[in-house]
Design a protein around this ligand. Structure first.
Ligand code: ZN
Length: 498
């Protein structure tokens, strides 16, 4: 995610309602026979109520109608195709911050109510393990936040963008809001004339009717809910070719188009650089979405990374720094998007790798030595572990600030783990591991244990003991090859947020 640039001097980059129950006589009986609706989860240690048991979403079809005012709720229809994995009398979806008008399950009206941040659906007939089902929810999606929530829709100067990581997709649409349940997405946006809508994946149609246009986009690879992106604004879409003819498209506020071009033209070269390191770019397209918004972070939404426009137009940021942040989000397309974390405790695999390639790019293209950055990280690592937990056992988010899991322990603190690993097994084995990781788990999800196992296989020896200290211990182990590196007492490390 979120990476708020740990910038130089500029400025601190900070960062239900009751619904009608359409119960038929049959569903009343079902409800009466079982426990009251309750918010469920899949047991994520950091987000206990994210995701839901008993089904696997195969596809989402999201349809949003934007009236031209980003302070008004959008009308929306969310259709979910799922495979039932346990007998269910009710299906819990994650959804809050919108009004539900109706729910259908396989074309039949279904009962629904809310419990915590879950929308609890009671179909007329119970669902059996192995069945496939289609749930259609007609609802609103409210871009205005009040109270403790952060994320979901981001209101920009000219419309909307989306920032769902880690737990905010269900503020936008009903879903199984956990990266362990990836699915296919079709996204349709209807917006009035003068607006342009872009979403993840490739265009799959555009239809103009009476003063509005409906754009359709479809992903070509499974995607986690946290990585969904929808941009609606007075935007221009710029097209260029990446390596092997990869379509690269950027979405920019039309009035800033000329100022942004010198940055945007760097993307194809950055993709080629990363392909040299880890292999073929994993998706059907890439590009930057430059939002006129004060998000305080950048975000690796799949195929279309979200950036604050100001990162590129604020002259105080050095060029090498901005480019390294571009590479950070780009490398997430492999590490975090194509290979998603099975649980949020595996976040270090996303951010550690993205920080690693960010730093490596700065070393190779701007002469910023990686070893110096890693030595500084080593100095701070014990303090980061004390504040945020060890990299693979991060502390729970601060109350009311769920994005606070994005602490330095999973950024430079986790890149430091990768550096230690490279020191331990050598550059050739490390390079093979990185390629094998994104190849083996492409379009899937993976755990920390999977990474440890693959590293051990490729190094030809058991690395469990090595990783245990680096990933789970309170204190940072000695750095292989640098016995002189010691914890330091300097403070003031700005929180990253990419
Ligand atoms: Zn990141």
């Amino acid at each position: 995610m979120p990476h708020t640039p740990d910038t130089p001097t500029v400025r601190p980059r900070r960062r239900l309602r009751a619904v009608a129950l359409l119960a038929s006589a049959a569903s009343v009986c079902l409800v009466a026979a079982s426990a009251p609706p309750a918010p469920l989860g899949i047991g994520d240690r950091l987000f206990p109520h994210l995701g839901n048991p008993g089904y696997d979403v195969t596809a989402y079809d999201l349809s949003f109608t934007y009236a031209g005012d980003n302070s008004k709720p959008l009308r929306a229809v969310t259709t979910i195709d799922a495979r039932i994995t346990a007998d269910l009398e009710r299906i819990n979806l994650d959804f809050t911050h919108g009004t539900v008008d109706s729910v259908e399950v396989d074309g039949e009206p279904a009962g629904f109510t809310t419990a915590g941040e879950d929308l609890v659906v009671t179909p007329r007939d119970a669902l059996d393990e192995g069945e496939r089902t289609r749930i259609t929810v007609r609802h609103t999606s409210d871009p205005v936040h009040s109270g403790g929530h952060e994320g979901g829709w981001v209101r920009t100067a000219d419309g909307l963008a989306m920032a769902n990581q880690a737990d905010a997709a269900h503020l936008v649409f009903p879903c199984n809001d956990h990266p362990s349940d990836k699915a296919w997405f079709t996204i349709r946006v209807t917006a009035p004339d003068g607006h342009t809508a872009v979403a993840n994946g490739l265009p799959a149609g555009r239809e103009r009717t009476g003063g509005a246009t409906t754009w359709t986009y479809r992903v070509q690879h499974p995607m986690a809910t946290e990585l969904a992106q929808v941009s609606i604004g007075r935007s221009t879409v710029l097209h260029r070719a990446g390596p092997h003819g990869l379509p690269v498209r950027d979405v920019v506020p039309t009035k800033h188009r000329a100022a942004l071009e010198p940055w945007l033209k760097e993307t194809p070269g950055q993709i080629a650089w990363l392909e040299e390191k880890v292999g073929r770019y994993p998706f059907e397209t890439y590009g930057l979405l430059l939002a006129d918004a004060d998000t305080g972070f950048e975000l690796e939404t799949q195929t279309l990374s979200l950036f604050e426009r100001e990162l590129f137009t604020e002259p105080a940021y050095p060029r090498w720094y901005v480019e390294s942040i571009m590479v950070h989000e780009l490398s997430h397309q492999w590490f975090g998007d194509s290979v998603s974390p099975r649980t949020w405790s595996d976040l270090w695999l996303n951010e550690g790798h993205a920080t690693w390639y960010e730093a490596l790019y700065a070393e190779e293209t701007a002469g910023k030595p990686l070893v110096e950055r890693m030595k500084a990280a080593y100095g701070a690592s014990d303090r980061w572990r004390a504040a945020g937990g060890p990299p693979a056992a991060p502390k729970a988010p601060d109350p009311g600030r769920k994005t606070s899991i994005f602490r330095p322990n999973v950024y430079d603190g986790a890149a430091l783990v990768l550096y230690a690993l490279r020191q331990e097994i050598g550059r050739p084995a490390f390079g093979r591991l990185e390629r094998a990781w994104v190849t083996r788990h492409r379009d899937g999800t993976a755990t920390t244990a999977d990474f440890v196992r693959l590293a051990s296989d490729l190094a030809g020896r058991d690395l469990n003991g090595f990783f245990h200290g680096w990933l789970y211990d309170e204190k940072t182990p000695p750095m292989p090859g640098h016995p002189d590196w010691k914890p330091t007492t300097t403070t003031a490390t700005p929180a990253p947020t990419h």
